[in-house]
Design a protein around this ligand. Structure first.
Ligand code: FES
Length: 203
């Protein structure tokens, strides 16, 4: 089956049915800390091949921690950003290639602003560099890094040194041409994110 684009319309009723038939296997990590897998229920192979939605419980996610899921063969990052990180995001606009997310291919239409998220603190991204598809490292803390003495938190791709902020916005002067992709998603409730289905009523 061909992959759907990020803005493809979805059939919410069908997606809801598929949500009930698929599964989540994720891991939360912050820095070098590995936290055990979170497992909700087992996916059927057919559902995975069909690109069925994936549901994640984010209630245990701490500040600057990341939950990693797989959806349509891609890593999906769900990150809870600290207030300091959120406060830093607007200060970075002048260093970024597409600070206002004007490239419409990189996020659904309902993802707006410098946070690029439905809720300010929760970021959802496809964890693949937009240069050649490596998986960037998360460097969520605001502290000097060897590749940037003024680092405000973000993602660093070691393959060819592309940098992205904590909203997945790409910096100027790096090989990656565009911001990290935001997949279609919505909240089923305060602590449950469904990857692969737009919010009800979203264009
Ligand atoms: S793949 Fe990330 S910089 Fe080249």
């Amino acid at each position: 089956m061909a992959n759907q684009g990020v803005n493809d319309p979805v059939n919410l009723g069908r997606r809801r049915f598929l949500t009930a038939t698929t599964a989540v296997v994720g891991a939360v990590g912050a820095g070098f800390v590995a936290v055990p897998f979170i497992k909700s229920w087992n996916p059927s192979t057919r559902a995975k091949l069909a690109g069925a939605p994936v549901t994640a419980d984010i209630s245990a996610l701490g500040e600057n921690q990341r939950l990693i899921l797989e959806w349509r063969g891609q890593p999906i990052w769900i990150v809870k950003r600290s207030k300091a990180v959120l406060d830093a995001l607007p200060t970075l606009d002048g260093e970024l290639r597409d600070p206002k997310s004007e490239n419409k291919d990189q996020q659904p239409a309902y993802i707006k602003g410098e946070f690029r998220s439905l809720k300010p603190e929760i970021s959802v991204l496809v964890g693949l560099c937009t240069h050649l598809g490596c998986s960037p490292e998360m460097k969520a803390e605001i502290r000097p890094e060897p590749f940037d003495p003024n680092w405000k938190g973000g993602y660093f791709c070691p393959c060819h040194k592309s940098r992205f902020d904590m909203a997945g916005r790409v910096f100027q002067g790096v090989p990656a041409p565009s911001n990290l992709l935001v997949p279609p998603h919505h909240y089923a409730d305060d602590n449950t994110i469904v990857i692969g289905v737009d919010p009800q009523g979203a264009a």
